[in-house]
Design a protein around this ligand. Sequence first.
Ligand code: ADP
Ligand code: MG
Length: 352
Amino acid sequence: MQFTDFSLDKRLLDTLDHMGIETPTEIQQQAIPVGLSGKDLMASSKTGSGKTLAFLLPAMQRIISTRALSKKDPRVLILLPTRELANQVYGQLRLLVANTQYKAMKILGGENFNDQAKLLARDPHFVVATPGRLADHLAQHHLHLNGLELLILDEADRMLDLGFAEQLKAINKAADHKRRQTLMFSATLDHGQINDIAAELLKSPEHVDVGAGNIENLDITQRIYLADHLDHKEALLESILNNETHKQIIIFTATREDTDRLATKLAASGHKTASLSGNLKQSARNQIMDQFSRGLQKILVTTDIASRGLDLLNVSLVINFDMPKFAEEYVHRIGRTGRAGAKGDAISLVGP
Ligand code: ADP
Ligand code: MG
């Protein structure tokens, strides 16, 4: 199967060409036709399998080939759980819209509210957002969603957490009309257990589950090292870092404090280390991610803030310095490697 089989606009096919993307992945083969059909969708497939284009391409095609319901309101809203991931998805969307007359904007927490209000006043067709900030603008009437045609939730299971429930309900209510389509994607969606918020958002959804419940990415080699106590973990980590050959490594800890402490320690022992945690200012967060993605540091120490969605080409090893609290988060963390068919390694240090 080829991208041309979906009857996509020539400009989209050209952009895919430029990106060096030739053949649709399995999730793209299955999800793009449903996206184009106008039906609601719950879709899952393993980490790194190309879910982003599986929703961006039908979204673009719909905007290009149909008339807007409203001249002012955004036509497509894409919601993501973290700012870093929203930046990344926005980057891919920018490539796709660059070739067209359509406008895309991002509305993320941690950035200037009034500047965002001005951006929204320019009536973007696409908005990429984190839910909290978007809901704030909605409450201030900086945008309306009566004309919204497509609502997309990436990392949907995380978005359907209680933590985002209120914002999602407000967004859903503001965009409550017959022509709205809703798409949900994640590596870890339980198709059998749709919670109340998902049930509110979706209308008789189609289900696409590539690998049918088997979320494991077999391109990732998983290892476990048992550790007796913190010093033991640190000694194991030091030995891993000295003996494994990897371009870039992500290390996950349980808390921000652990992240800061471990990063300081690693830097002191001569490792080029960055640390990313949610208490930093957004400008610092952006700078850290920008530098790490350009390969300026070998190691990124972080928390579950970076567990989902990030697509960093040179990360070939993920280390769980502390195990995550939830099984899904384990799947997402190790999924920062082994992307787009590449091989990856994951090592978990498991305490008593
Ligand atoms: P997921 O959301 O499933 O974790 P992403 O959408 O982040 O995966 O895509 C992972 C990587 O695969 C990205 O670098 C993306 O550019 C690349 N990719 C996406 N679709 C294709 C394709 N059809 N062929 C080759 N590479 C692709
Ligand atoms: Mg993704």
